[in-house]
Design a protein around this ligand. Structure first.
Ligand SMILES: C[S@@+](CC[C@H](N)C(=O)[O-])C[C@H]1O[C@@H](n2cnc3c(N)ncnc32)[C@H](O)[C@@H]1O
Length: 268
């Protein structure tokens, strides 16, 4: 079961190297910017992580870690240790460069569906903006439940949007199965006790700021992505703005808690 089921997210390999987009991130997140490719504000991450029950003695997995920014925040602000996995070699390398100096989080190039050797290893499985690439949400939820220690939790930040007819929209390169997934039901079916918080207004705040800063750097970004690349990339943000304005976009933070004790038999 060690073969990746999700394709490496090539766009992140490409965009990670675009200096003009790094400038956009710096403008939006200020001193909190550490290469994040998602819309989650660090303060919201810390608040939700505490709500999920991770404390100083905790050990977490950052699943689909990108640059490793969230792992850095958790290890510094909560004081815990962890691992950061990304299927992309370049992202795993970025995360290693960010996290290795402090020695609290180990970065690996690894598919997050793969539980081999890590059963019941983590008090928290965190995932920010990464479940969109899974072709097999049921396997993902079962895998992450299997990674948890008794009493542990998953914390998943995700956005979902639908078109005018209510049909799910999968953004470029992502999995239609993930876009259509009922994630709370899928994590509940994996045995977790699920709580969902609506974070749409925080997403819209990010979207507004990001688009403003992106447009302010249009010439530089277009030079780096090319005219077609710019049009395709910018078009995604138009689609998100429209969906948010119409109430067709929902950002949630999902917490799925495992039972405090491993069940000894069938039933509850
Ligand atoms: C939108 S980025 C978010 C990165 C990071 N969590 C953040 O907040 O900036 C999604 C990340 O998920 C990673 N990813 C996608 N499928 C994956 C998989 N099957 N296993 C591990 N990582 C995966 C991608 O390579 C990418 O770095």
């Amino acid at each position: 079961m060690s073969q990746p089921t999700a394709p490496p997210a090539r766009e992140y390999d490409e965009y990670n190297g675009a200096p003009a987009l790094v400038e956009v991130g710096r403008a939006v997140f200020g001193e909190d910017y550490r290469g994040q490719k998602s819309s989650v504000w660090p303060a919201d991450l810390v608040a939700m992580t505490r709500r999920a029950g991770l404390d100083t003695s905790g050990h977490f997995l950052d699943a689909g870690c990108g640059s490793g920014w969230a792992s850095a925040v958790l290890s510094e602000q909560i004081g815990c240790t962890g691992e950061a996995w990304d299927v992309s070699a370049s992202n795993a390398a970025l995360a290693h460069d960010l996290l290795a100096p402090a020695g609290r989080v180990t970065a690996r190039q690894r598919d997050f569906h793969n539980t081999d050797g890590y059963e019941h290893a983590f008090g928290l499985v965190l995932s920010i903006g990464a479940v969109y690439w899974s072709d097999d949400p049921t396997r993902l939820a079962r895998s992450w439940a299997a990674l948890l220690r008794p009493g542990g939790a998953v914390l998943v930040f995700l956005s979902q949007l639908v078109d005018d007819d209510g049909a799910p929209i999968a953004l470029a390169g992502t999995s239609p199965t993930a876009a259509a997934c009922d994630w709370p039901a899928t994590f509940a079916a994996a045995g977790l006790d699920v709580e969902v918080s609506d974070q749409t207004s925080r997403f819209v705040l990010w979207l507004d700021r990001w688009t403003t800063e992106l447009d302010a750097r249009r010439d530089a970004v277009e030079r780096e992505l090319g005219t077609d690349g710019w049009a395709e990339f910018r078009g995604r943000f138009d689609a998100l703005h429209l969906a948010a304005a119409d109430g067709r976009l929902v950002r949630t933070a999902l917490i799925g808690r495992a039972a405090a004790q491993v069940s000894g038999g069938a039933g509850r």
